[in-house]
Design a protein around this ligand. Structure first.
Ligand SMILES: *[C@@H]1O[C@H](CO)[C@@H](O)[C@H](O)[C@H]1NC(C)=O
Ligand SMILES: *[C@@H]1O[C@H](CO)[C@@H](O)[C@H](O)[C@H]1NC(C)=O
Ligand SMILES: *[C@@H]1O[C@H](CO)[C@@H](O)[C@H](O)[C@H]1NC(C)=O
Ligand SMILES: *[C@@H]1O[C@H](CO)[C@@H](O)[C@H](O)[C@H]1NC(C)=O
Ligand SMILES: *[C@@H]1O[C@H](CO)[C@@H](O)[C@H](O)[C@H]1NC(C)=O
Ligand SMILES: *[C@@H]1O[C@H](CO)[C@@H](O)[C@H](O)[C@H]1NC(C)=O
Length: 472
C-alpha cells in the first residue's frame, strides 16, 4: 500500500451559512474577506475534494500572512496539521513548499515533530502561524513544517496533488504531547477556543465513492441536516489505554457490537464473532480493517468465491451490482440490545483494482481488509464505511452522532429513542449550552486497551492510496 498525498482543485467559492441559527444549511457564495467573519461564531460548510484515483479526501487551507495555499488530506485518524517545509527535498515532497520567510506571522520553534502513519512518516519541526480555512482564521496555530517525508506518493495525472495533512483527532495524540507532555490546541480545538464556531463539533459527509471532485463537505461548528436521512444516533467515544499512560482520548474510537450482511432482503446472523470490537473512525484511511475472522465470515455470505491475494480479498466485479448491505451495530457498552444500526451498500465496498472505474474493471477488491490487530493497534473503519454515513464529531463531550448518508437512500435504525439522544448531546438547534458541559463526559464504558501491548499511540493511520498499486 502506498500513502499518497494529493492536491485539491482550488475552489473559488465555498459554502457558508447564515449567521443566526446554529444548525445551518450551506449556501454557496464566492469570495469573502476572512476579516468580515472573524470572531463571529458561525458554522461553515467547506467542500471536501474526493480524489477518487488516489483514494482519499482533501481540503483547502492557507498558512501564513499573506496566505500560502495547500490542499491537505482530511484525517480524523490523526491530530496534527503539517505541510512540507522549505528544506524538504523534491524527491520526497513533490509540490509547493511552505516558505516561512515569506510569512510575516510565522514563529519558528526548534521542537521536533515526528509523525509515523500506518504507511509513511514525516519529520520536521513545529512552527506557529495563522491558518485560514473556509472563512475561519486561527491565530498562532501550531503545525509541523516537514523537512523529510517517507512514502509520500508522487502526483497522479488528472487529479490535483495533496500537499500535507489536517488531523482532526484528539490533542493527546500529538507528538509534542507524547514526547514532552506539551499540550497545544489542534486546529478544530483552536477554532472553538478562539470563538470561531458556535459548538465544539465538526460534521463530515464524504459522499459516494464514485462522486469525484468536490462531492463531500465538512461543517465546522454545526450539522447539515440535508446530508443524512433519519435521526442522528449518538455514541460515546471510547478511551484508550497504553502502557505507561492513563486512559485517554486519542482516536475517534467507537464500539462495534454486531455485524451482519443483508442480501436480497435477508439478513445473516451476527458475523462479528466477538462480544464487541473497538473500531477507529478514520477518514485518512481508504479501506477498512477488521479481523481475518470477521472478513472471512462476511465474505462467506456475500462473496463465497473471493480469493485472498497479498493481504486483500479479490471479488467478482459484478458484486458491485448486488442488492444488499453490510450492517454495522454500534453501542456504548457490549450490550447490543439498543445498538445503533448503520449500513453500507455492498456496491460501495467493491473497489476496482485494475482501472479507476468499476464499469471497466476486470479485477475488484473487497473494501474491508483483514489485519492482525498487532500491526495497527486497532481495527479501522475507513472511507469504505464512512462514505455511507454522516458523522458529527463532538470533541468536548466525546460523542459521535451518526446517520445514513443521504446518497445511500438508507436510514439508520435503533431501538434507542433517537430524538432524546440527539437532544442530550447538545447538537440540536439552539442547544449549544450543553456542548460545553464537562460534567457528563460520557465515559460510561470502561477504557479499552489497544490490544497491542507494545504499541504507543500511533500518530495516525493514513493508509491512503489508489488500489491500482496493490495488485500491479
Ligand atoms: C489561495 O486560495 C485563495 C482561495 O481559493 C485564492 O483566493 C488565492 O488567490 C490563492 N492564493 C494563491 C497565492 O494562489
Ligand atoms: C502561541 O502558542 C504558544 C504555544 O501554545 C504559546 O506558548 C504562545 O504564548 C502563543 N503566543 C501568542 C501570541 O498567543
Ligand atoms: C522520521 O523519524 C522516525 C523516527 O526517528 C524514523 O523512523 C523515520 O524513518 C523518519 N522518517 C523520515 C522520512 O525521515
Ligand atoms: C516506504 O519507503 C521505504 C523507503 O523509504 C521502503 O523501504 C518501504 O518499503 C516503503 N513502505 C511502503 C509501505 O511502501
Ligand atoms: C450512548 O451514550 C450517549 C451519550 O451518553 C447517549 O446519548 C446514547 O443514547 C448512547 N447510545 C446507546 C446506543 O446507548
Ligand atoms: C437514491 O434515490 C435516488 C432517487 O430515487 C436515485 O436516483 C439514486 O440512484 C438512489 N441511490 C442509490 C445509491 O440507491
Amino acid at each position: 500500500m502506498t500513502m499518497i498525498l494529493w492536491a485539491i482543485i482550488l475552489s473559488a467559492s465555498f459554502s457558508a451559512v447564515a449567521a443566526v441559527d446554529p444548525i445551518h444549511l450551506p449556501l454557496r457564495y464566492t469570495q469573502r474577506s476572512s476579516k468580515s467573519i472573524s470572531r463571529r461564531a458561525l458554522s461553515n460548510s467547506v467542500p471536501i475534494y474526493n480524489a477518487v484515483m488516489q483514494g482519499g479526501y482533501a481540503i483547502d487551507l492557507s498558512i501564513g500572512t499573506p496566505g500560502q495555499n495547500f490542499s491537505v488530506i482530511l484525517d480524523t485518524g490523526s491530530t496534527e496539521l503539517w505541510v512540507p517545509g522549505p528544506s524538504c527535498p523534491k524527491t520526497e515532497c513533490f509540490s509547493t513548499l511552505f516558505n516561512p520567510q515569506a510569512s510575516t506571522t510565522f514563529v519558528a520553534t526548534t521542537d521536533p515533530i515526528s509523525l509515523v502513519y500506518g504507511v509513511g512518516s514525516d519529520n520536521g519541526t513545529y512552527g506557529r502561524d495563522t491558518v485560514t480555512l473556509g472563512g475561519y482564521q486561527v491565530q498562532n496555530q501550531t503545525f509541523g513544517v516537514i523537512s523529510s517525508a517517507a512514502n509520500n506518493s508522487s502526483p497522479v495525472v488528472g487529479e490535483p496533488y495533496l500537499n500535507g495533512l489536517l488531523g482532526l483527532a484528539f490533542p493527546s495524540l500529538t507528538y509534542a504531547y507524547k514526547t514532552r507532555k506539551a499540550e497545544y490546541d489542534p486546529f478544530v480545538f483552536a477554532l472553538w477556543k478562539q470563538n470561531q464556531i458556535p459548538q465544539p463539533i465538526f460534521s463530515i459527509y464524504l459522499g459516494a465513492k464514485t462522486a469525484a471532485g468536490e462531492s463531500g463537505q465538512v461543517t465546522f461548528g454545526g450539522i447539515d441536516t440535508t446530508k443524512f436521512s433519519g435521526n442522528l444516533q449518538w455514541l460515546q467515544v471510547q478511551m484508550e489505554t497504553y502502557p505507561n499512560t492513563a486512559a485517554n482520548y486519542y482516536h475517534w474510537n467507537i464500539r462495534l457490537v454486531g455485524l451482519a450482511a443483508t442480501l436480497n432482503g435477508k439478513q445473516s446472523s451476527n458475523l462479528l464473532g466477538a462480544t464487541s470490537q473497538i473500531v477507529a473512525l478514520d477518514t485518512g484511511t481508504t479501506l477498512s480493517y477488521m479481523s481475518q475472522q470477521v472478513v472471512v465470515n462476511m465474505l462467506k455470505v456475500i462473496a463465497p468465491n473471493a480469493i485472498y491475494v497479498q493481504g486483500i480479498y479479490v471479488v467478482d466485479c459484478t458484486l458491485a451490482t448486488a442488492t444488499g448491505t453490510v450492517d454495522f451495530a454500534f453501542g456504548n457498552t457490549t450490550d447490543s440490545t439498543n445498538a445503533v444500526l448503520l449500513s453500507a451498500p455492498i456496491s460501495s465496498l467493491v473497489l476496482p483494482a485494475d482501472t479507476n472505474s468499476i464499469s471497466t474493471a476486470q479485477t475488484c477488491v473487497w473494501g474491508i481488509v483483514p489485519i492482525d490487530i498487532k500491526e495497527l493497534g486497532t481495527y479501522l473503519l475507513g472511507d469504505t464505511f464512512l462514505q455511507s454515513v454522516y458523522v458529527v464529531h463532538d470533541f468536548e463531550n466525546h460523542v459521535v452522532g451518526m446517520a445514513s448518508a443521504s446518497w445511500t437512500n438508507l436510514t439508520s435504525s435503533s431501538n434507542v429513542a433517537a430524538a432524546s439522544a440527539s437532544a442530550a448531546s447538545g447538537s440540536a438547534a439552539g442547544s449549544s449550552a450543553s456542548t460545553t458541559s464537562k460534567g457528563g463526559s460520557n465515559n460510561g464504558g470502561s477504557p479499552i486497551s489497544s490490544g497491542s501491548a507494545a504499541l504507543h499511540p500511533m500518530t495516525g493511520f493514513a493508509l491512503v492510496g489508489c488500489l491500482c498499486f496493490l495488485l500491479l
